[in-house]
Design a protein. Structure first.
Lengths: 93, 310
């Protein structure tokens, strides 16, 4: 299984169309590095993206440099995946 | 493998093998109402299975429900399994469902993307697309919800095979899509189609590829509103509703646009629960509450379809 240790999901609340456009640019800059769980659609909807640990600093710098406010929705994806696998194994037992 | 549906845990997630084994047991235990149909093979040659709920008769009108076209959205497969059980247990008790099954059939495809789903269990839990590949192209997979003929290749889909929203080389190029399209077209009497995704807490209708309202906009808007209210009354979860392009985003080549353009008026797409904390990794403890509320919304759509023949 692919390991997602340290990968995070960031939730961004874009204020306007310009900020959404910056997020779309990010998708273009790192098409295989940033995985949009909820893509940039409109300012009223949050944008969620999974960022690999290796890209976290770059991506957070990009967001901060453009004034894009974000929160960490999932701190470490692998922790949740481990819990999920354990729950499945427990259910089987 | 779990060998009978009584020992199956509906409040846990399951592998493809477990689900297919459950399907076999489920069909055997409820042979008077449920049968299994294979509508095709996936790219990696896995069977694509559909449960048919029918009280008999031929050339009946029908409802189509699919879950799991995006393989990482595990809550949708789990919801589909629970709904199958609910249809069986409600038949003969719930007057809406009983009336519907007296005249119509229900087709339920629980794993629309079996290759992708198997891959989420074996290699990459967060895989979204199918597993098809093309010679000379390094990236694998097509977004099966961008591969449909309606609006194919337009805004909200990508021609880059490495993108998560890659639309594929041509409409219905993917066996998982063509299997459904061929089945529905050959059937010719599907009156409602419900395609289930996660996670944004929304109930939506066409179009995705265009901001233009459909001709049945008002009816579908009011139906979505009632369905969302029915859902809310179960556990107090609020859903947004409206057309896909105005509620979520512009997306081209999607299932419900194709369904609507193919004459299925009651075409809806669900985005199941978003707790704002887990995304696609919704804890298994939320499977049954999610399924319960989703079923009540679906039931509202079924009731409307039954009472508004076209």
């Amino acid at each position: 299984q692919m390991n997602f240790t340290g990968d995070q999901v960031l939730r961004i609340l874009a204020q306007n169309e310009m900020q959404l456009s910056l997020l779309r640019d990010l998708e273009g800059l790192k098409p295989q590095k940033v995985d949009f769980w909820r893509g940039p659609a409109r300012p009223s909807l949050p944008v969620d993206m999974r960022v690999p640990f290796s890209e976290l600093k770059d991506v957070k710098d990009y967001l901060e440099s453009h004034g894009l406010a974000y929160s960490v929705m999932i701190e470490d994806i692998q922790v949740l995946l481990d819990q999920e696998r354990e729950a499945m194994a427990k259910s089987r037992r | 493998l779990e060998r009978s549906t009584s020992s199956f845990s509906y409040s846990s997630y399951h592998t493809l093998e477990e689900i297919y084994s459950w399907i076999d047991s489920f069909v055997t235990e409820h042979a008077d109402l449920v049968s299994k149909i294979q509508i095709g093979h996936s790219f990696e040659n896995r069977p694509i299975l559909v449960l048919k709920f029918s009280t008999g008769g031929s050339e009946r009108q029908a409802i189509w429900i699919d879950t799991g076209i995006h393989s990482r959205e595990w809550i949708t497969h789990a919801t589909g399994i629970w709904i199958a059980k609910q249809i069986v247990s409600d038949h003969g008790k719930d007057y809406i469902l009983t009336s519907l099954l007296n005249t119509m059939d229900i087709f339920l495809e629980i794993v629309s993307n079996p290759d992708g789903f198997a891959f989420t269990h074996s290699m990459n839990r967060l895989w979204r697309k199918n597993k098809s590949n093309q010679p000379g192209i390094a990236c694998i997979g097509v977004d099966l919800n961008r591969n449909w003929r309606s609006g194919f290749g337009g805004n909200g889909s990508k021609d880059n095979p490495c993108s998560e929203t890659y639309h594929g080389p041509y409409p219905h190029s993917e066996p998982e899509v063509s299997a459904i399209a061929n089945f529905i077209t050959a059937h010719g009497n599907i009156k409602a189609l419900i395609s289930i995704h996660s996670y944004s807490q929304m109930l939506m209708y066409p179009y995705g590829h265009s901001l233009e309202p459909i001709s049945n906009q008002e009816e579908l808007y009011n139906l979505a509103k009632r369905a969302v209210q029915a859902l809310y009354e179960v556990h107090g979860i609020k859903y947004l509703y409206g057309s896909i392009s105005t509620t979520l985003y512009v997306a081209s080549g999607i299932t419900v646009d194709w369904a609507y353009d193919s004459g299925i008026k009651y075409s809806f797409s669900f985005e199941l629960r978003d707790t704002g904390r887990y995304g696609f990794l919704l804890p298994a403890t939320q499977i049954i509450p999610t399924a319960q509320e989703t079923w009540m919304a679906i039931r509202t759509i079924l009731k409307h379809t039954l009472r508004h023949p076209y």
